[in-house]
Design a protein around this ligand. Structure first.
Ligand code: ASP
Length: 722
């Protein structure tokens, strides 16, 4: 009797993986999910998707920058990604006179394509299971690993990755890199051989009124009407190898590019996506769920709301500020809304209970099979979560409230410290060098997107909120001045700092460096002291928190081992960790609330419905209106004559999947993933079959904008469109 009850629970745990759930490793697809994908409508062979011995679809998918995905769509290295993934680059090239954010950008010839120093795209050439190798290395290096941290250490894993291929190999293959990553918290290890291209040029971007239509109001929302795409091109040296930017570089001839289908797909049709999802927490325990909701997300939601309101006021009052703070503002709201959606799902779907049931399965099984290590591991996780709560709260408050919220907390403390030491040593050479360093670091801080008045105002707001919520003895030491010298008046304190500090303005800094520099003046500088005190507090919190890290990591690794041993390794997918994954599902709408149904496809009609010339988020350009009025949709319209814009699918995605190619059963490109609905973001912790939807821009809208809106037909001619 007991036995069958237990096996019922076990079945529940494995079966609780819903059909569309999962971010699967490509090299394991064949034994894990390929048969099910075939049943659902995949028309390809497994080696068409991933082929260790030849070109396959995976070779057309790239990691774009550090945190997005892109896909190669022509034989000349043309890459599609999201507008929000290329946003920083578009912003960088924008000025008030040539505002590409507002007006869009289209290179009509290759010579007009714009280089982007620092931007890379990464191809994954090879994926190998190196679990045995890593475990052997760990065993060999046990003596050096005093704290037992090597098993998750990127530095250690990097060193053994290089040792495995040999430094010579990397030297002889420009742009090639190797990385070993831990999976299931260090129970499996895979090695990725990558090719990284660093000459990536901007080719085309729609105006923000298309690429960011709906902006923050619509972010994480469905129905959606955003043409969230940008085009780049990869350049290589004449031999096709990665090379730093050079006018002599040529468009890359890729191994593989995606063909594009304008035929569309219908509700319930099979779709799949390959990309680089960043972070998920599928294997959270119930205690970590509560910690995430009550500390991490609660602090983030409150502090960002306060910062964003303050920032937006300034942005709306001044077009220059609007450009300067565009990236900072969107970066902030993105994680803010995600945190709101996550907490909503945690409560609505009682994730604490769901994870508790998962833990209990492991506990029951461990008890039955006499494996006390798993019980001990869970006890340890529970104990650590409880013990780190206060420090964790302080850390989140400091990060969200001050480090992120108050820009002047980031003045160059390191360089200032160097200059103080140099001045004290009276070493002219050192003084000269440190002064130059200080100026360079200050210019990086006060760059073209920094506005002193905005920093002052937002900083005041954030400091008020932080000091209201954090007890006085737990604030950074220098904050005591606010009480002792300014009677708790934050406004006066900040005004004073800006007036008196060397870093309060360009003029103040110039006066200091060109005058008789004095170590004492720098050491007692109020903004320097403020920033240093924040850094000290950050380091102190980090050090104290890090004492929990290793025992926590070991306990989690043991717990995950329990899950894998109990269910078998093939039953589960590892949490996202910025490695290449495949997810599949169906095109589907959803029911957000009782009696409300959202269909899976939006059209240009919805753009016109949302149009509001008085709200910057919903402005529609005259050109788009004319195309709409004249139904000038070319070959991209739906069969009923309407222009498709976005659609939703049940695929399991997260941050990092932005820009991922969405393909039909034949592997043809039908859309670009760019977001999720906020009701689905809790899927980072527990997939929600009825709520979780990826939001995808329909490739036909992308082509229509390139072709009819921008007139960049030379780009259309480059693609293989069916
Ligand atoms: N918007 C996300 C990204 O930027 C995608 C997602 O979270 O679904 O990667």
């Amino acid at each position: 009797m007991k036995k069958s009850f237990l096996s019922l629970i076990l079945i529940f745990f494995v079966a609780s993986l819903s059909a569309d759930e999962g971010m699967w490793m490509l090299h394991l697809l064949k034994q894990q999910k390929y048969p099910e994908m075939k049943k659902m409508g995949l028309k390809l062979k497994d080696y068409d998707i991933y082929n260790p011995n030849g070109a396959s679809i995976k070779d057309a998918v790239v990691q774009f920058g550090g945190g997005c995905t892109g896909e190669v769509i022509s034989s000349q290295g043309l890459v599609l990604t999201n507008h929000h993934c290329g946003y920083g680059q578009i912003q960088n090239h924008s000025t008030l006179e040539n505002n590409y954010l507002d007006n869009g950008f289209w290179a009509m010839t290759k010579a007009e394509e714009l280089p982007n120093p620092g931007l890379t795209v990464t191809f994954i050439d090879k994926i190998e299971d190196v679990t045995v190798y890593v475990k052997e290395c760990l065993q060999r290096d046990k003596e050096q690993d005093k704290d037992g941290i090597f098993f998750l250490s990127p530095t250690y894993l990097k060193s053994i990755a290089i040792a495995r291929v040999g430094a010579e190999f990397l030297k002889n293959n420009a742009g090639t890199d190797v990385e070993i990553k831990p999976f299931f918290d260090g129970n499996q290890y895979f090695m990725f051989t990558k090719k990284i291209y660093s000459d990536v040029r901007l080719v085309g971007a729609p105006p923000s009124s298309i690429g960011k239509f709906g902006a923050d109001t619509d972010n994480w929302e469905w129905p959606r009407h955003t043409g969230d795409f940008t085009l780049f091109r990869i350049y290589s040296d004449k031999n096709g190898n990665p090379a730093a930017y050079s006018p002599d570089n040529v468009p890359l001839k890729p191994k593989r590019w995606l063909t594009i289908s304008t035929k569309g797909v219908a509700e319930n049709d099979f779709v799949m996506m390959i990309g680089f999802p960043g972070t998920t927490h599928k294997y959270y325990t119930s205690w970590e769920v509560a910690e995430r909701r009550d500390i991490d997300n609660a602090v983030r939601i409150n502090m960002r709301r306060v910062r964003q309101e303050a920032m937006l006021n300034e942005m709306l009052a001044d077009p220059q500020v609007k450009i300067q703070y565009a990236s900072k503002y969107s970066g902030s709201t993105n994680a803010y809304k995600n945190a709101i959606g996550t907490n909503w799902a945690i409560d609505l779907r009682n994730f604490e209970q769901v994870k508790l049931e998962q833990q209990n399965c492991v506990l029951d099984w461990a008890l039955k099979n006499n494996k006390p290590q798993y019980t001990q591991a869970l006890d340890k996780i529970c104990e650590i979560v409880e013990n780190r709560a206060d420090l964790r709260y302080r850390n989140w408050m400091l990060n969200e409230g001050i480090i992120r919220g108050v820009e002047f907390a980031g003045v160059p403390v390191g360089a200032a410290n160097m200059l103080i030491t140099a001045l004290e040593s009276n070493d002219e050479d050192k003084i000269e060098k440190s002064t130059a360093q200080l100026l360079a670091d200050y210019n990086r801080f006060a760059n073209k997107d920094y506005n002193r008045e905005v920093d002052k105002k937002v900083g005041k707001t954030m400091l008020k909120e932080y000091t209201k919520l954090m007890s006085r003895e737990k604030q950074p030491k220098y904050f005591e001045v606010i009480y002792s010298q300014f009677n708790g008046d934050v406004d006066k304190f900040v005004d004073y700092i800006f007036e008196k500090s060397i870093f309060g303005s360009e003029e103040n800094l110039q006066r200091f460096v060109s005058g008789n520099k004095n170590a004492e003046v720098l050491r007692t500088d109020p903004m320097f002291q403020f920033a240093r005190s924040v850094t000290d507090e950050m380091l102190s919190l980090r050090t104290r928190l890090s004492a929990f890290d290793n025992p926590f990591a070991v306990a989690r690794s043991t717990y995950l081992d329990g899950i894998l041993v109990m269910d078998g390794a093939n039953a589960h997918f590892p949490d996202a960790n910025l490695t290449m994954r495949l997810t599949y599902g169906q095109l589907k709408g959803y029911k957000p609330r009782d009696a409300v149904h959202y269909s899976h496809q939006t059209t240009l009609d919805g753009v016109m419905e949302k149009e509001d010339p008085n709200n910057w988020e919903f402005v529609v350009s005259d050109k788009l209106k004319t195309l709409y009025d004249t139904k000038n949709f070319g070959r991209y319209a739906l069969s009923d004559g309407r222009m498709p814009v976005c659609f939703t699918a049940t695929t399991h995605t997260t941050g990092g999947n932005s820009g991922s190619p969405v393909m039909n059963g034949k592997g043809e490109l039908i859309g670009i993933n760019f977001d999720r609905n906020w009701e689905g973001v809790g899927g980072d912790i527990q997939y929600l079959p009825d709520y979780q939807r990826s939001i995808i821009v329909d490739i036909r809208y992308v082509l229509f904008v390139i072709d009819k809106f921008a007139g960049a037909t030379h780009l259309i001619d480059e693609m293989e469109i069916k």
